[in-house]
Design a protein around this ligand. Structure first.
Ligand code: NAD
Length: 292
């Protein structure tokens, strides 16, 4: 299939490389010359603009920082794409922006869906991402084989916007659970428990969760977690703050009493508004320890 890939950053670069590896003809565009150079090395045909990239493509995949970037990009490319092109946005954006992007594409005579991901740069590189898809049935069927070349699990969550809804719900759980695990480690330290003893208990008890067993916020118990490499990401605190902000907005606008989610959004916004921004989100354990 001929695919245009716009946004070849930390996530987009390895995702596009996996599409090339699966035998697709991939054209790509990014504003960053460095990202373009890396993508070219991975077999992506580089173009001079996003509009050039989508010309002749059957599917357009975007992996951009925010909803504003996606809507701007669609504004530049919708007219250049052939009628009926399938637009799949894999960025994490507001549900309202996802629906606006879908509606703009459909009004221009195309098909569109949202397919945000979970699994981070490691999952993008290993093609083990989870895709959460908001799409009409026929569009889901059309995009599934492509997403399967970049991930291990593809879930049809509902109509356009439903993928983004699932994504922000998941990350609200993740943000709150990372804070809870971090608070427990700092409390355990004060009570004289070793990190390993607490890990050995909780990882096989009812407090078990991904934040503990895969992304453990203290060095030692999980050798591959970012805590063992001075919290090099991984998933940055800035991105977690962004996703929790989207979840908090959605909770407020839909009247949900998501008190832990709102507090997690505040704590990550404060942590990411400083040196924590570029560090893995598990580094929040250090801010909790400093305040204790
Ligand atoms: P990134 O900043 O590394 O990459 C974004 C790329 O988009 C950059 O290379 C930038 O130059 C490019 N870009 C911005 N505007 C553009 C435009 N108009 N045209 C072309 N290129 C443009 O970010 P990332 O980590 O790859 O994240 C991308 C998306 O994936 C975000 O929405 C993020 O929330 C989501 N996400 C990231 C992770 C992660 O672990 N990094 C995990 C899940 C989801």
């Amino acid at each position: 299939m001929t695919i245009a890939f716009v946004g070849l950053g930390n996530m987009g670069a390895p995702m596009a490389a996996n599409l090339v590896r699966a035998g697709h003809d991939v054209t790509g565009f990014d504003l960053s010359p460095e990202a373009l150079g890396q993508a070219e090395g991975n077999g992506v045909r580089i173009t001079r603009s996003a509009a050039d990239a989508v010309t002749g493509a059957e599917t357009v995949i975007t992996m951009l920082p925010s909803g504003r970037h996606v809507l701007d990009c669609y504004g530049q490319v919708l007219a250049a794409a052939a009628p009926g092109t399938l637009f799949a946005d894999c960025s994490t954006v507001d549900v309202a922006d996802a629906r606006a992007a879908h509606d703009a594409a459909v009004s221009a005579g195309h098909r569109a869906l949202d397919a945000p991901v979970s699994g981070g740069v490691a999952g993008a590189t290993a093609a083990t991402l989870t895709f959460m898809v908001g799409a009409r049935g026929a569009d889901f069927a059309a995009v599934s084989p492509l997403l399967s070349a970049m991930g291990r699990k593809v879930v049809h969550c509902g109509d356009p916007g439903a993928g983004q809804a699932a994504k922000i719900c998941n990350n609200m759980i993740l943000g709150a659970s990372m804070i809870a695990v971090s608070e427990a480690f700092v409390l355990g330290e004060r009570l004289g428990l070793s990190h390993q003893a607490l890990f050995d208990v909780v990882s096989t008890a009812s407090g078990q969760c991904w934040a503990l067993t895969t992304n453990c916020p203290v060095p030692g118990p999980v050798p591959a977690s970012p805590a063992n490499r001075d919290y090099r990401p991984g998933f940055t605190s800035a991105l977690m703050a962004k996703d929790l902000g989207l979840a908090a907005d959605a909770a407020r606008s839909s009247g949900v009493a998501a008190e832990l989610g709102l507090r997690a959004a505040e704590l990550y916004a404060a942590f990411a508004d400083g040196p924590g921004a570029g560090r893995d989100f598990s580094a929040i354990v250090n801010a909790i320890r400093e305040r204790s």
